[in-house]
Design a binder for this molecule. Structure first.
Ligand code: FAD
Length: 504
């Protein structure tokens, strides 16, 4: 084993180069520590899932004035015209509680909620820009006016790629070096049980990089088929991965080997409906556009031609992350989303990309024949049953949970139910795309990694997807980037503080 003089003598080593890692590195540098970041990926693939993200960040805000602190280029006309809504801490707690079936760790949740806006403002101060999420989180009301919904009015300028680019530029300005193609494979633990560095593979050789503190911000195990099968269950290995191929669970394994407490929903993950023919891992040229998230406006059927979920149970933000898993459980692990002429103009932009698995027909009979792998007769009977069950007396309104439902079906649709009867008809084939896994390590309020007795492991901190206990069963859209940024910042400043105390 060689010594790692090339890496300098950093006080804090951050493993990863996504959002959580960048926030940790920036916070540690702000607290006066010398910092480096280690990235498994080459430069062209760097930045983890954060770079693949659409870029919405769930933060509290008390109205358009506070929103303007994040988006100072909102014009007076925009402020007067549109209804940006507000999102209180109480709303955030309610959403996190309801969506995770009240399992979210109250301490971790409290920190995310209470620090979300301030962390976004801090990022803005570091040169990260925000924009209003006109595209996916607002609906036209009358004429030019738009109403934002779902509590997600702010997103990163340039989406995930813009976020990572701006964060990496900020790191560069602070003198934080990122070492690419540097895979962390283990922690250096001293005789007292304190973490004292990281072992890495770089240019084909193993190095030990000494450090006073280590922040693990290197993702979950979503890109590791063996761990997906082991923890998510049968079929988990066959899911597609929406983002980076580099989050293989090594960070979690390193922490567990150092005595960290496993925590959270290890058999749970964020998974969505994802184009059936998408590649096995994400493609940065397409980004998140393989997702197909307009199902609340239509229906989904499986190989038997049957509906299998309440497509309109809630706003997309609150159902999309669990329906991928439900699709994985269907025969053949696929589904078709069905739309008619009434809603086709409202499909999200991702339905219009070139790389889409789509069929179109002028009659339902013709469509049924084109749905590969689907029992056509059963499908036609299902559509008829569904159409007859729609409460057409309730007005249809995409901007609210309109209560326009079906009645009397084994699985009813709770909102936005429309008869599917106006040609042309379109159908889109989807399978399960895993975004990230929910199980990870236990951290304290200061982002210290805890051992199985609940004591902090000296010198070890963690943030981002690697942290367990935040999400269970499901996930409110925009919380991954919020949790990563909040705990990244906390972990960086805690690690710097620890390094300083160790020094004195
Ligand atoms: C397609 C898609 C769309 C999404 N959209 C949104 C959204 O709009 N809003 C939202 O809030 N969330 C979104 N998410 C989720 C969000 O991207 C993640 O929750 C968040 O980015 C995780 O940040 P992180 O820093 O923990 O991990 P990542 O950003 O994945 O970073 C992990 C880093 O660690 C590196 N790494 C891994 N293992 C090692 C190792 N052993 N050694 C060295 N480096 C290693 C990786 O290369 C990477 O740089 C989306 C995710 C995807 C895939």
């Amino acid at each position: 084993m060689r010594s790692a003089t090339d890496f300098g003598r950093p006080e804090v080593v951050v493993v990863g180069a996504g959002n959580a890692a960048a926030c940790a590195a920036l916070a540690a540098a702000e607290a006066g520590a010398s910092v480096i970041m280690l990235e498994a990926a080459p430069l062209e693939d760097c930045g983890g899932n954060s770079r693949y993200a659409a870029g919405s960040m769930r933060v509290t805000f008390d109205g358009v004035n506070e929103l303007s602190e994040l988006i100072p280029d909102l014009t007076d006309e925009e402020k007067a015209l549109h209804d940006f809504g507000k999102y209180s801490a109480a709303d955030y707690y309610d959403d996190m509680g309801r969506i995770t079936q009240y399992r979210t760790d109250p301490d971790l949740c409290e920190i995310i909620v209470s620090k979300s806006f301030d962390t976004a403002r801090w990022l803005r101060g570091k040169g990260v820009r925000f924009q209003a999420s006109y595209g996916n989180q607002s609906h036209a009301v009358d004429g030019k006016r738009r109403k934002f919904w779902g509590g997600l009015a702010a997103e990163f300028w340039g989406g995930g790629p813009g976020l990572v680019e701006n964060e990496h530029k900020a790191c560069e300005r602070e003198g934080i070096r990122i070492f690419y193609e540097t895979l962390a494979v283990g922690l250096v633990v001293d005789d007292n049980g304190s973490v004292a560095g990281v072992r890495v593979i770089h240019e084909g050789r193993e190095h030990a990089i000494p450090a006073r503190a280590v922040v693990l911000a290197c993702g979950g195990f979503e890109s590791n088929a063996e761990m997906r099968a082991r923890y998510l269950g049968p079929g988990g290995d066959l899911a597609k991965v929406r983002g980076t191929r580099y989050n293989t669970g090594l960070g979690i394994q390193m922490a567990l080997a150092a005595g960290a407490m496993p925590y959270g929903h290890w058999s749970g993950c964020h998974a969505v409906g994802w184009d059936l023919n998408a590649p096995p891992f994400g493609d940065l040229a397409v980004g998140d556009q393989f997702q197909k998230h307009s199902y609340p406006w239509g229906i989904m059927v499986n190989a038997r031609g049957e509906r299998f979920v309440d497509e309109g149970a809630d706003f997309r933000n609150f159902t999309y992350a669990k329906y991928g898993r439900v699709i994985l459980e269907q025969p053949g692990m696929f589904a078709w989303q069905i739309y008619d002429a009434k809603v086709i103009p409202h499909l999200r932009p991702e339905y219009r990309i070139r790389q889409v698995t789509k069929v179109r027909a002028d009659s339902l009979e013709d469509l049924a024949r084109k749905l590969e792998g689907v029992d056509a007769d059963n499908f036609l009977r299902e559509i008829e049953r569904y159409n007859n069950a729609v409460r057409t007396d309730i007005p249809y309104n995409m901007a609210i949970r309109d209560g326009r439902c079906t009645v009397g079906l084994p699985i009813n649709k709770s909102n936005w139910a429309n008869r599917i009867d106006e040609p042309p008809f379109e159908a889109y084939a989807v399978t399960c795309g895993v975004t990230f896994t929910f199980g990870g390590v236990k951290i304290s309020r200061n982002a210290e990694v805890e051992d199985c007795a609940g004591r902090p492991i000296p010198g070890l901190f963690a943030a981002g997807e690697i942290v367990g206990g935040i999400f269970y069963h499901n996930y409110p859209g925009g919380t991954g980037l919020a949790a990563g940024a909040v705990f990244g910042r906390v972990a960086g400043s805690s690690a710097a503080g620890y390094a300083r105390r160790k020094d004195s």
